[in-house]
Design a protein around this ligand. Structure first.
Ligand SMILES: [Cu+2]
Length: 203
């Protein structure tokens, strides 16, 4: 009984210590990790460097009207921009190596604004991927017209180079737009894929 009591007290003290000591440390680690990622990605502000590293442009500048459709992803009015996808980056999501770079057309230039991790749903996917303590969005269908519907995936955006008033990890950024860019594509929010379909789609 005495042992149980002291064990209990120990657990309480330990829990308190975790809250006071470990949480801020974790937040600090996360900030450092994001700063390191931003530094590593800086070279891609020149899109030609990105192309040489096999991040290839998908041309269209994707934006959303804010329209809500039941059973579909909820994307706030705003843009994602132009996705440059690197199909040679494989395996579980690496916080230091996103497989997508996102550019905003500004005048005649493309400005690096965000990075994204796009993770296909496979039979090996046991749980929702997470990075920086953030759960990925999805699973969802591919974003038509540039990605086929059948490409069921999870994704996470990080607005490293342009402030997003909705949050660093939101999918769309209301401050980004595709205005004046010839290849602007207004997309409908993608359909979410439910657990029972998930099983069927990965058979
Ligand atoms: Cu997506």
């Amino acid at each position: 009984m005495k042992f149980a009591k002291s064990a209990c007290a120990f657990a309480a003290v330990f829990a308190l210590a975790s809250i006071t000591a470990f949480r801020p440390a974790a937040a600090q680690d996360q900030k450092e990790q994001i700063d390191a990622l931003r530094k590593a990605m800086e070279k891609y502000q020149d899109y030609k460097v990105a192309v040489r590293d096999l991040y290839l442009s998908t041309v269209g500048c994707i934006h959303y009207s804010g329209e809500k459709i039941p059973d579909h992803m909820v994307y706030a009015k705003g843009a994602m921009g132009v996705h440059f996808v690197n199909l040679t980056v494989k395996g579980p999501p690496d916080p230091m190596k996103p497989n997508v770079l996102i550019y905003e057309p500004v005048g005649k230039n493309l400005k690096l604004v965000a990075v994204e991790w796009l993770v296909p749903l496979t039979p090996d996917t046991k749980e929702v991927p997470t990075l920086f303590g953030q759960k990925f969005m999805g699973p969802m269908e591919g974003h038509e017209p540039l990605i086929p519907k059948e490409f069921v995936h999870y994704d996470l955006h990080a607005w490293l180079f342009k402030d997003n008033p909705l949050g660093m990890f939101e999918a769309t950024n209301p401050k980004v737009n595709c205005k004046g860019y010839a290849q602007a594509i207004l997309e409908k929010p993608t359909r979410m894929v439910h657990a029972h379909e998930k099983a069927a789609s990965t058979k």
